[in-house]
Design a protein around this ligand. Structure first.
Ligand SMILES: [Zn+2]
Length: 291
């Protein structure tokens, strides 16, 4: 798919960047947003768009430049990513030196600098000169979670774009993911529960917690069915949840509800526990069908 693609909630930024790409793109941009909002992904897309040699919407994804970028092998892109470390003045001087090298492939060179607020004051001052008067071929894409820590002199040199916080996927997208799991659970079919849980494993951390929350909502519905109460929240799962309610006693459904909450809290604090789909499957089976 050609062109820029930003996460949901960033339509205005996407429109404005697309417009800028098709006219005169600013030589220094600062992408601001909370962790997980997609700043680095956008920085890479912008670099690709600036270096793309294809026709039509950029990045095209298929030209030699886009292909080199996809393999992290473009000679005219430098990505400075020191993780959580401070960025010393030597690094800023290094960036200045890189920028003075003429582009190798085309007529542009791009530098991505992650965590620009980690530049200390001396480093920011060292970078200021080249941001003020960059070579005509040079483009800077800075990212930051704490733009307040960046000197005003640097900030004012950059065109700023603010990204929205990452949005959890909504119920509508998640229901088809959990339906096979609940269907297999209602069947008491451990093998198909495991297959369904493995499909869930492909969800990122936020997705897994959202999934657990939705499984809890489904279990609440099952408890309502078993008590012959009305007010189901997920009517599209009614068939499976009524079968589950007929098969598994109410106290076990509630136990499984609590178990999902425990898994969710674990995923929040422990990266290794973020993907616990196999644990969800094994725990759910044991709780519902104790031998
Ligand atoms: Zn291209």
């Amino acid at each position: 798919m050609a062109g820029l693609h930003l996460p949901a909630g960033n339509q205005a930024v996407q429109d404005s960047l697309r417009a800028a790409l098709s006219s005169r793109f600013p030589q220094a941009v600062l992408l601001i947003g909370p962790p997980g909002s997609g700043k680095m992904d956008l920085a890479r897309q912008l670099a690709a768009a600036l270096l793309c040699t294809g026709d039509g919407e950029r990045p095209c994804g298929v030209c030699p430049s886009c292909r080199k970028l996809a393999h992290d092998a473009h000679p005219d892109l430098d990505i400075i990513d020191e993780g959580e470390s401070d960025l010393p003045v030597a690094l800023a001087r290094d960036i200045r030196a890189k920028v003075c090298v003429l582009p190798n492939d085309g007529d542009r060179r791009v530098v991505i600098l992650r965590h620009a607020h980690k530049l200390n004051t001396a480093a920011q001052n060292a970078l200021l000169k080249v941001l003020e008067e960059p070579p005509r071929y040079a483009f800077f894409v800075l990212t930051s979670e704490q733009p307040g820590e960046i000197l005003e002199t640097i900030r004012s040199r950059c065109t700023r774009y603010q990204l929205a916080p990452a949005q959890a996927p909504d119920e509508y997208e998640l229901l088809p993911l959990i339906q096979p799991f609940l269907h297999a659970l209602a069947d008491g079919d451990e093998y198909h529960m495991l297959l369904a849980a493995m499909a869930l494993e492909k969800q990122p951390k936020a997705g897994f917690q959202a999934i657990l929350g939705l499984v809890q909502t489904a279990l609440r519905d099952a408890v309502f069915y078993s008590q012959a109460l009305s007010g189901a929240l997920l009517p599209s799962l009614a068939d499976d949840l009524q079968r589950l309610a007929a098969r598994v006693p109410c106290d076990r459904l509630l136990q499984l509800y609590d178990f999902c909450g425990t898994l969710s809290r674990r995923a929040e604090t422990n990266a290794a526990a973020a993907i616990q789909c196999a644990g969800l499957c094994a725990g759910a089976y044991q709780i519902c069908f104790p031998s």
